[in-house]
Design a protein around this ligand. Structure first.
Ligand SMILES: Cc1cc2nc3c(=O)[nH]c(=O)nc-3n(C[C@H](O)[C@H](O)[C@H](O)COP(=O)(O)OP(=O)(O)OC[C@H]3O[C@@H](n4cnc5c(N)ncnc54)[C@H](O)[C@@H]3O)c2cc1C
Length: 410
């Protein structure tokens, strides 16, 4: 099969589908083709936000994005900010609902987002070819894009193939990332972000299944890196939950000893907590330490904290002196876990690293090395925080790439 199309888009994910719609709306007479390696478009989108699709966020600050050159993202994020996205999604039938700044489709169904993008592609006459995995890209005057059983030729090319997060079953095998490197594009090393963290297991394993609201702080040795407040889940391998996923990124970007410290009483200062423990020790002096925390903290968690402080649960509360209570308060305010690794790309929501943005023009998303080649979405070295920021980047960069590609073809 050999085909010619004006604009070829590789990848039928978030960035690719919005690019196709934008390009067709800009210039309906252009032929636009999306080629997708999997049997359907939008397979990753369907899994997003636990099936609800956290489509974007009302927070417009650039600090929610990361990469070697975060400034790169500012232009498209500002140009296609929340009002633009709201209008765009409304035009394809999706209204937003908001939860603490996080935007979801009001259907709360990720599948409805894929459906509406698909319907609009159909309406506009975008050609969509699935089961077409790209293995080679060549540029002469035009582009030639090849796979095992197909060959496409186009005037302009948008690569929107994502990276490694979610794994092969969601189409994220990094194949086009490798092709782009072969074409001479510089890459920033990749690591999983928004991912569960493996830690020393002595204590977490005993707490498996317990969820708490805590302030999770990430340290490189003694240097504080970042923190997040939210749910933390103890697992047999380490720590999970939104607060952990949010701070996970920076633990895997450079070598070093990393720690997570959990503040289990984030609403109280250390002094207030110590006062609370002193009052409790005096009121409940008759209890064994096994039940010292019963009624204040998850019982098993309280017991593990005491074990961590080297107390025996058979000891009596009246045996605790002020120094002991201070040690317990310190551990409650900073329950420390050494990080040993992560649970891999398959379990991560986004990939940190990617194609260096220094080799793309941020006003157009066009490669500075290969004229007519545009990139969008996760493939580039930009990743966002948990909370809708990664899709926001995919949408905004995809729209800009499409508008620029149409201009280029003109
Ligand atoms: C489980 C999970 C939940 C998430 N939840 C959220 C969320 O709620 N909110 C949020 O903002 N972000 C979320 N993310 C992140 C977000 O989904 C991604 O950042 C975003 O989808 C990236 O968009 P993209 O278009 O760049 O890449 P993708 O959506 O990954 O799309 C790339 C497409 O290219 C195709 N492709 C790849 N290689 C080839 C090839 N060689 N030939 C042809 N086609 C190819 C793939 O099959 C895929 O369909 C989540 C991620 C995961 C894994």
């Amino acid at each position: 099969m050999s085909n010619f199309t004006d604009l070829l888009i590789i990848g039928g994910g978030a960035a690719g589908l919005i690019s196709a719609i934008t390009a067709k709306r800009e210039k309906p007479c252009l032929s636009v083709t999306v080629i997708e390696g999997l049997d359907r478009v939008g397979k990753k989108l369907i899994t997003t936000g636990n099936g609800r699709c956290n489509i974007s966020n009302t927070d417009e600050s650039l600090s929610r994005f990361h990469g070697e050159n975060t400034e790169f993202a500012a232009f498209s994020l500002e140009r296609f900010g929340k009002d633009y996205l709201k209008k765009f999604f409304s035009s394809i039938g999706i209204e937003f609902t908001e939860e603490n700044g996080k935007l979801y489709p009001s259907s709360l169904q990720a599948s409805s987002v894929v459906d509406c993008l698909r319907f609009e592609c159909e309406r506009l006459g975008v050609n969509v070819t699935c089961n077409a995995k790209v293995t080679k890209i060549k540029k002469t005057k035009d582009f030639t894009v090849l796979g095992d059983n197909f060959e496409f030729h186009s005037k302009a090319l948008i690569v929107a193939t994502g990276l490694f997060s979610g794994g092969d079953k969601l189409g994220s095998d990094g194949s086009v990332f490798r092709i782009m490197k072969e074409l001479g594009h510089k890459a920033i090393p990749c690591s999983p972000a928004i991912v569960q963290v493996k830690t020393e297991t002595d204590f977490v394993r005993q707490l498996k299944g317990i969820k708490v609201d805590a302030n999770a702080r990430l340290y490189k040795k003694n240097t504080f890196i970042r923190e997040d407040f939210g749910e933390v889940l103890f697992c047999d391998y380490g720590l999970s939950g939104p607060a952990i996923m949010q701070i996970s990124r920076d633990a895997f970007r450079s070598e070093g000893e990393y720690y997570i410290c959990l503040d289990l009483f984030p609403k109280n200062s250390k002094e207030e907590l110590l006062e609370l423990l002193k009052n409790r020790a005096s009121a409940l002096s008759h209890r064994s330490l096994e039940d010292f925390f019963t009624g204040l903290l998850n019982k098993r968690l309280g017991q593990v904290v005491l074990k961590r402080c080297d107390f025996k649960l058979s000891q009596m509360t009246y045996e605790l002196n002020n120094k002991d209570l201070e040690k317990i308060a310190d551990t409650l305010k900073s329950f420390k876990f050494k990080i040993l690794g992560h649970t891999g790309f398959n379990n991560s929501q986004v990939t940190a690293g990617g194609l260096s943005t220094l080799e793309f023009d941020n006003k157009t998303m066009m490669s500075k090395r290969i004229a007519g080649l545009f990139a969008a979405g996760e493939l580039l070295d930009i990743d966002g925080d948990c909370g809708g920021f990664n899709l926001k980047w995919a949408w905004c960069s995809g729209i800009l790439a499409a508008k620029s590609a149409v201009e280029y073809i003109r």
